[in-house]
Every structure is written in C-alpha cells, then in structure tokens.
Design a protein around this ligand. Structure first.
Ligand SMILES: Cc1cc2nc3c(=O)[nH]c(=O)nc-3n(C[C@H](O)[C@H](O)[C@H](O)COP(=O)(O)OP(=O)(O)OC[C@H]3O[C@@H](n4cnc5c(N)ncnc54)[C@H](O)[C@@H]3O)c2cc1C
Length: 464
C-alpha cells in the first residue's frame, strides 16, 4: 500500500489529505502537525459568549472549491452567510473620519474620498489606453496607471491592507491579484473585465440550471471557522498525528524513496511527501536535501499581525454599525490596519446587548506593534475605535492573538521565484510543495491549490 506524508495540518494540509483519500483510496495518508490541534491559522475560540476568530474571519465563494468541500464534508446546514449590510457597507478611515466605500457608479460620483480629478480618472478607466510597462508592476503602479493616483492611494491600499496586510508598492499585482492584469489583457479594462465575469457567472449558473447567484459572498459557520478544519480532522481520524514537528526529509533510490524525519528520532518511509507548512518551515526541512531550493523558498517574506478582539456594551456604541468594518490605509500609519465589526458581519458572535469588534494591527509598516504588551495594544486599539466610532465606554472583553509570521507577501519577483521553485522541485519525484506561500493567500486559494496538489500526488502514485 503506497504511503504519503503530509507535513502541516492547516487548511491546506488537511484538504490535501481529505481529497487524497478520495483520489487515491488505496493509499495510506499521514498528516504530521506540531501543535496539539490541527487547523493552522484557523482557530475559533469562545470566551464568555464572545466567539472570536483568531485568524481568518470568513471565506469568499469566489470559486466552487470551498462550497464543494463544505458539501462533501456534510457541513452545508451549518453554513452562515455574512449579513447583507456587511457586503454593502464598508468604510475607510481617512482624515479623521469614516467614509463609506462607493459601491457603484453613483457612489463613485458622490464619494467624498476623491477629488473631481480623482473621480474622472477612476470613471474613465474603461476607455484608458495606457499599455502595461514591460517591467513587473506593483499593485500601486497598476492601479495608478489604470485609475489614477488617488484611487491607488485609497482603494489599492485598502485592498492590499484588507487581504495581505502588505504594502501596495511592494506587492506584485500579477502575483497578489492575478485576475486584474488578465482582465486588462482580455477585456481592455478592469471594469469591463469585472462586468464580463459577472455576466459569465450568471450565464454559467443558468446553463447548469442553478439559481442565478448575485455577487460573491463571505461565509463562515454558526460555530465559527474551526468547524471546517475540525470536520476534516475528524473524518481523517488517526491519519492526523498532532505534536510532531518535521525536521527534514531525505531521498534514496529504494522502494519507499522518501524518509521523513521528525523530532525525537521519529521516521516515516513513504512514497511521496507533501510539504504544506509555512515557507520558512519548508525551507528548513529542505535545507540539506537541496540548498538552492531551500534558499528560494526561505526568501518568501511574511508580515506580522496582532489580532485584537474587543467586546463593548451595545449602549456604549452610538450610531448603527451595520457593515463589515473599516480599513485604515497603511499610508496613514495609524495604530490599526482595520477593524472588522464581527458581530455585525455574523450574528451571534457576541452575547445579547454587546458587540464584538476585531482590529488587525502590525502589517509590514508597523511590525513592531506585535511586540507591544497586551495592555498597550488593547489601549491603542480602543483609542482608535473611540476616534473612528465614538464609543463611550471601556471594552468589557479583550482577547489578543499574535501571528509573528502571519501572511506571506507576494513581493515583486514572486512569480519568477515560484517558477524557479517549481523547476527545482520537479527534480525530486514524489516531493510536492503547497500552502499559502505560493499561489494565493485566501482560504479559497488554499483549498483550490490543495486539491490540485492532491490530484498530482494521486497521479504520481498511479504512475509508480
Ligand atoms: C490574522 C489572519 C487573518 C486572515 N484572514 C483571512 C480571511 O478573513 N479570509 C481568508 O480567506 N483568509 C484569511 N487569512 C489567510 C488564511 O487564513 C491562510 O492563508 C490559510 O489559513 C493558510 O492555510 P495553510 O494550511 O496554507 O497554512 P497554515 O495555516 O500556516 O498551516 C500550516 C501548518 O503547518 C504546521 N507546521 C509548521 N511547521 C511545521 C513542521 N516543521 N512540521 C509539521 N508541520 C508544521 C503549522 O503548525 C500549521 O498548522 C488570514 C490569515 C491570518 C494570519
């Protein structure tokens, strides 16, 4: 019976293992995870009636990958859609106040975020004929070229801050937002590209006889995102081994060509190894096997993030907070990257009469914040929230989680680096690299890539 070891029990590793059980039912699969529970970045905690997401807050149904996984795990009846308000009402904190992000052409015309010139630059995007430069473009350069500097300073920053906690001037648009340059190439404009994509989604749904879906939605589960990883872990049963850190892998010309070396002298002799742990861990594991490959992987940078969840009494929060929350563009260098109104996005995240809000701090420009002690961080976030939202009382609940290596940053040169990593990995038959460091950081990307990896591993086993 062929045996595969998956290194790392986060969303990616668990999905690889779960799908491998279907794609290669004759294979034995073992997932090795150092922590005492699998799930990686995904962790839901409940304290005094507040349901806190320590990592991701929700996932988008941009592709069918997660909806299909949820269906196959039998979890569809536990899904929870984000509120309508959270889709429509998103804000940025600029110039000392919250501004609603425009949701359509009328919103663009009336927004206080852009000058007349800025509005014109953005609205005329479909007719702009500025060819892409030959050099790889950053997100900032791309949006400036297509829609003007004001749109780049506010919207590109908000996009990059909200998804990557990164710097739009450093991130590669082709790596971080691959659909944007493709839309420009194929439709001549990003706006036209989005319109075409929406039309196609509707036509496809009609052809499949499914209800025509509206814009993409954010989802979680009634009991939080941990439901997804816990269900996979339960179905995988004893295949998931917690408390085991993998230190290295070695290759030999034998029946089971791969040996996985864990801490305390544990070893596994297997037919294939999937590394689904963070890039810096993959680099350490591969350091002896292939130093140039390890160097390439180890050069993928990560940002640092602190998640600060605060609970307030509802009667201390003036105004309606029916929305997603707000982003504070990083060029404003504030003490928060943004605040998500968790109990408005998903109901029941706070006890009756209270709200739960969650700030993300740090990122690439304020990495030192992650070192601040809990009191300093909690106070700084409370002051920001007071300023932006006018709360009149102190928080009644606080939970702080630090991620010293939070989200990989797809900086300029990322795609070339990934191509070099692929070429070097291809020399080792039976070695597969995956995870959020390569082709998308969102949960939907991780699941999609994990399924691609599982299919490749199954083909490899068949070919042996
Ligand atoms: C604060 C934060 C907020 C986010 N918000 C969102 C969001 O709202 N929506 C969204 O879609 N995405 C979000 N993301 C991104 C998303 O959560 C991640 O990209 C995704 O969960 C990564 O999954 P993964 O399995 O690839 O990696 P990880 O979750 O990092 O899992 C890797 C696993 O490998 C294990 N490991 C490490 N070293 C070793 C070793 N030596 N041997 C064996 N195992 C090892 C780790 O313990 C871990 O369990 C967020 C991320 C963070 C940090």
């Amino acid at each position: 019976m062929p045996h595969v070891v998956v290194v790392g029990g986060g969303l990616t590793g668990l999905t690889v293992a779960f799908r491998l059980k279907q794609f290669a039912p004759d294979a034995a699969v073992t997932v090795l995870e150092p922590r005492n529970q699998p799930g990686g970045n995904i962790r839901t905690e409940v304290h005094r009636g507040f349901t806190v997401e320590c990592g991701p807050n929700g996932f988008l149904d941009r592709t069918p990958a997660i909806p299909n996984l949820v269906r196959d795990l039998g979890l569809s009846d536990q899904l929870l859609a984000a509120s309508d308000g959270s889709r429509k009402n998103r804000y940025v904190f600029v110039g000392g106040k919250l501004h609603k992000l425009p949701g359509g052409p009328f919103g663009l015309l009336t927004t206080s975020l852009l000058s007349l010139r800025g509005k014109w630059d953005l609205i005329s995007e479909p007719w702009r004929k500025t060819p892409p430069s030959l050099a790889e473009e950053s997100v900032q350069e791309f949006v400036t070229r297509r829609a003007g500097k004001e749109a780049a300073d506010i919207f590109a920053d908000a996009l990059v801050t909200g998804i990557h906690g990164g710097d739009p001037a450093m991130l590669s648009v082709a790596a971080a937002f691959p659909r944007l340059p493709v839309m420009e190439r194929e439709a001549g404009s990003v706006v036209r590209g989005f319109m075409r994509a929406a039309k196609k989604r509707k036509a496809d749904a009609k052809e499949r006889g499914e209800p025509v879906s509206g814009p993409m939605k954010m989802w979680s589960f009634r009991e939080g995102l941990s439901v997804l990883v816990n269900a996979m872990s339960e179905q995988l049963g004893e295949s998931v081994r917690c408390g085991i850190t993998v230190e290295s892998v070695s290759e030999a010309a034998s029946v089971s060509p791969w040996t996985v070396h864990g801490q305390r002298g544990y070893t596994w002799s297997v037919d294939a190894v999937v590394l689904a742990c963070p890039a810096y861990e993959q680099a350490a594991i591969l350091a002896d096997l292939n130093p140039p490959l390890a160097d390439e992987i180890g050069a993928i940078p990560y940002n640092r993030i602190a998640v600060v969840a605060l609970g307030y009494r509802e009667d201390h929060c003036p105004g309606r907070h029916d929305g997603f929350g707000y982003i504070a563009p990083q060029n404003t260098r504030r003490d928060v990257l943004g605040v998500q109104w968790c109990s408005s996005i998903f109901p029941d995240r706070a006890p009756q009469g209270f709200v739960l809000w969650r700030a993300l701090c740090g990122g690439v420009h304020r990495a030192e914040q992650v070192e601040w002690d809990d009191d300093r961080l909690g106070k700084a976030v409370h002051e920001e929230i007071k300023l932006a939202m006018g709360v009149t009382g102190e928080p009644v609940f606080r939970r702080i989680v630090r991620w010293p290596n939070a989200i990989p940053q797809y900086v300029i040169g990322h795609l070339d680096r990934v191509a070099r990593i692929d070429a070097l990995t291809a020399k080792h038959r039976g070695l597969f690299l995956t995870g959020n460091a390569y082709r998308g950081v969102a949960m939907a990307d991780c699941v999609e890539q994990a399924e691609v990896t599982a299919a490749k591993v199954a083909r490899h086993l068949q070919s042996q």
